[in-house]
Design a protein around this ligand. Structure first.
Ligand code: SF4
Length: 457
């Protein structure tokens, strides 16, 4: 998500912001802009570049804008954000990232009261809750709506005359504010600021609500902060290496994960290679600590999206074939230590191991810079269902055999916390690690939908 207030070319800035955030979602993109009187939006399937051109950006005039790249979920243009609603009392646009775990219940309640929904998204549930609130000021309407929802959310709301930002009480998804000239901006990741020449100001705190309008910036709370639980997978896999989350640079965190993994792994090899792109930093850290040369043993076809994000297994499998190629001259006749960030279903790891062996690697030792993923994520990251997660029903040795590796090492939970500077803090470590430990920072309902299963009837 990206948002900006007080810039004469808000839509173009949002376009550049979304470009930097493209790795967070490739299924669709949208921008809504306000000129102070009217709001207009354009959205479509695919990458930011597929959706927008000069002409479309020129048609989005105004000094306030929000944008969104779509990660996963039900297909259909109506589900692409930002969602834009018009009414006699004014317009309202919403961008939301995360997953509202009680969205189904709220939707049923709203339907009983006469609401009609156009999308399958929980973002529309939020819009209804905001619009139906009896309060007069938008910030109070938003606060009232947020008091009813549970789960993970970073939220940006745009009207004709203000921008409102909120972060859930556990701070599960990253969100920060920045400044470019006199304009304030907000982004899911700090890498969006570099491209537009903005200066990072600070992260949005859990339970915080920030109002930005022509009078400036106003900070409030809508909830006392729960226990801070930033998604650990943001450090391991999801965020871009040049972003910082809570003062920690992602590349540095990943390098530390690789260094710690090298200390924990008992393997010998001739070369270390990382699975591009998210594991390169960890592989460099591993090689540095192990004293084994880092080599580019796998290259990525830049023009294929991330397999992890494709919505169906069939597309995921097609994607991985097109995506990676081994560098034969690097791996031929070598014992290869292959560093990857995670094993979800095991299919990708199996293919890569086979690919390296077919290219002549004599041994392939797989080292994973996170612990075994045994539990699904209910907070907006598509790490599959319980049944599909290979580590939820197989031992490390069984997984090694399935993926065809000569050895398999996962990083320990303690090692992961140490690498991201949260060692020894126990339950107060400030991280969500539920997919590794099963300890969810919020309550989970028996019918809590997984992000990509959300088919709210
Ligand atoms: S369960 Fe895992 S992927 Fe989901 S928010 Fe927590 S750490 Fe992130």
């Amino acid at each position: 998500m990206f948002g900006i207030w007080g810039h004469p070319d808000a839509a173009r800035m949002t376009y550049y912001g979304l470009h930097s955030l493209q790795h967070r979602g490739q299924e669709g993109a949208g921008i809504v802009v306000t000129d102070g009187k009217r709001m207009k939006g354009i959205k479509g399937d695919g990458l930011v570049n597929d959706v927008f051109d000069e002409k479309k950006l020129d048609s989005l005039k105004g000094s306030g804008a929000i944008g969104h790249v779509r990660y996963t979920g039900k297909s259909g243009i109506e589900n692409i954000q930002p969602l834009l609603f018009h009414s006699s009392s004014g317009s309202l646009a919403l961008s939301h990232t995360g997953n509202l775990i009680n969205a189904n219940d709220l939707k049923h309640q709203l339907e009983m009261q006469g609401s009609i929904f156009q999308t399958n998204t929980d973002t529309e549930v939020l819009a209804h809750l905001i619009k139906r609130s009896g309060y007069l000021a938008l910030k109070d309407k938003v606060k009232n709506a947020l008091s009813m929802v549970k789960g993970a959310y970073a939220l940006i709301v745009l009207t004709e005359d203000e921008l409102i930002i909120a972060q859930d009480p556990n701070g599960l998804r990253p969100l920060s504010i920045g400044k470019v000239g006199d304009a304030y901006c907000v982004a899911s990741e700090t890498c969006a600021y570099d491209l537009i020449g903005a200066e990072y100001i600070r992260d949005v705190e859990p339970g915080e609500l920030i109002i930005i309008n022509d009078e400036g910036i106003h900070e409030e709370r809508f909830s006392l902060s729960g226990s801070h639980a930033m998604c650990t997978m943001e450090y391991v896999y999801f965020s871009r290496p040049d972003s910082d989350i809570r003062g920690i640079n992602i590349h540095t965190a990943r390098k530390n994960l690789g260094k710690q993994l090298a200390l924990e792994a008992n393997v010998e090899g001739d070369v270390v290679t990382g699975v591009p792109d998210s594991s390169i930093s960890s592989a460099i850290g591993f090689a540095e600590t192990a004293g084994i040369p880092y080599e580019l043993g796998l290259i990525k076809n830049r023009y294929v999206g991330r397999t992890f994000i494709k919505p169906t297994q069939e597309l995921r499998e097609q994607g991985v074939k097109m995506k990676l190629s081994p560098v034969r001259k690097v791996v031929e006749g070598k014992r290869v230590i292959m560093v990857d960030d995670s094993i979800v279903r095991g299919t990708t790891s199996r293919r890569i191991v086979r690919m390296l062996k077919e290219a002549g690697a004599t041994e392939v030792h797989v080292c994973i810079s996170s612990p075994p993923m045994t539990n699904p994520c209910f907070y907006g990251i598509d790490v599959s269902t319980h049944e599909e997660l290979i580590a939820s029903s197989h031992s490390v040795e069984e997984i090694r055999e399935i993926i065809g590796a000569d050895s398999l090492t996962f990083l320990s939970v303690e090692g992961m916390l140490k690498a991201i500077g949260r060692e020894g803090l126990g339950k107060n470590c400030g991280q969500c690690m539920a997919c590794f430990t099963g300890e969810y920072p919020t309550e989970i309902y028996p019918d809590t939908p997984l992000p990509y299963e959300k088919e709210m009837e």
